[in-house]
Write a protein that binds this ligand. Structure first.
Ligand code: ATP
Length: 342
């Protein structure tokens, strides 16, 4: 990457005895939709707040556009943050909310109006300028918050779980819209989420956080197809790990192996096979079924099958049924091989 929009060099952040961020290196490209994904408490928000300037690193450097901004206050950085709780002013209409930042910067009335109108159109709220926030749905309020940040034309937009307060259906719609808006405006987005599906849907690249560190930075497809660690394999998708004696029974050697549920074929017990087992449970999910299969040599694998409702499928649906599992060896992920596995 020749010219990163955001760069972190060995950044550490401690709060008293708590190490929130334990040494993070990161380079986010100009124009990238970049997500920070990880469980609660893994340090994502703290990293975002250090990029914004709300927190200062205990050690290490933060660079924006190749300029060292460590120690520079938030208002002097070319970034804007969108929070989950929107923080809209309830007594102002939508236009006044969006114009607020420009008013503070003493931008003239005509330009304020023009830029607010353009920002509201970008988030597809062109007809809502005169409404109060209370007269909007959750998704519309979130878009006002986005317009309020975009109107400042920051180099980098930081988003801290911005869709967290929305119901699932609206959240899925907004994910696609947010991605489209990012493409339209071309601004670098740095997005914090603990929802792996959300990160996979929107991101060019994702950093997976665990316990104050980054386990892997990669494209959604690479994180899923080639996870570097058992943690990543389990946090992005179903890990289906086999290790110790379970691994020996299936692969004939020690190690930590992962094989994704949709890469496994389930057949009648008589078919040629990699492993045999017994169906412990069948989880019906509409378009697909999940089969939990206890392997004869120990260990359990989840197998995903399209729910085609033909005779073969329903025959396998019975719990306690003996089955044969097979897969292409190319789909077995050897987590010890990757250099970062355990
Ligand atoms: P979440 O998804 O729940 O927001 P996160 O991955 O964003 O989690 P952080 O909010 O960055 O995690 O917190 C990382 C760790 O640092 C946690 O253990 C948290 O309790 C701690 N922490 C964060 N901010 C402070 C603070 N101001 N004072 C003390 N500890 C803090």
């Amino acid at each position: 990457m020749t010219h990163p929009a955001v760069q972190l060099d060995d950044v550490v952040k401690s709060f008293g005895p708590v190490t929130a961020v334990a040494g993070v290196d990161l380079a986010i490209a100009d124009g990238e939709f970049f997500s920070m994904l990880g469980p609660s408490g893994s340090g994502k928000t703290t990293v975002l707040r250090m990029i914004a300037g709300f927190e200062q690193p205990t050690s290490g450097r933060v660079l924006l556009d190749d300029r060292d901004v460590t120690g520079v206050p938030p208002f002097a950085r070319d970034v804007n943050t969108v929070f989950q709780d929107y923080a809209l002013f309830p007594h102002m209409d939508v236009r006044a909310n969006v114009e607020y930042g420009l008013r503070v910067k003493r931008v003239g009335r005509a330009e304020r109006r023009e830029r607010a109108t353009a920002a509201l159109e970008t988030v597809r709220l062109g007809g809502y300028a005169d409404r109060r926030p209370t007269q909007l749905s959750g998704g519309q309020r979130q878009r006002v918050a986005l317009a309020r940040a975009l109107v400042n034309r920051p180099k980098v937009l930081l988003l801290d779980e911005p869709l967290g307060a929305l119901d699932l259906k609206l959240r899925r719609e907004m994910q696609l819209e947010l991605k489209q808006i990012q493409r339209d405006v071309g601004i670098t987005f740095v997005f914090v989420t603990h929802d792996q599906e959300e990160a996979l849907t929107m991101s060019d690249r994702i950093a997976v956080f665990n316990d104050g560190r980054i386990e892997q930075v990669d494209t959604p497809a690479r994180l899923y197809e080639a996870p570097a660690t058992a943690f990543v394999a389990g946090f992005v998708g179903t890990s289906n790990l086999l290790r110790g004696s379970d691994a020996r029974a299936v692969f004939g050697r020690d190690g930590t192996f992962s094989i994704r549920p949709e890469k496994i074929h389930l057949d009648d017990d008589a078919e040629p096979t990699k492993a045999r087992g017994t169906v412990r449970a069948v989880v019906y999910l509409g378009s697909v079924n999940h089969y939990l299969v206890d392997l004869d040599g120990g260990g359990t694998l989840t197998v995903l099958r399209q729910n085609l409702r033909d005779s073969t499928d329903s025959a396998l649906d019975q719990e306690g049924r003996r089955v044969a599992l097979s897969w292409d060896d190319a789909h077995v992920i050897d987590l010890d091989d990757s250099g970062a596995g355990q």
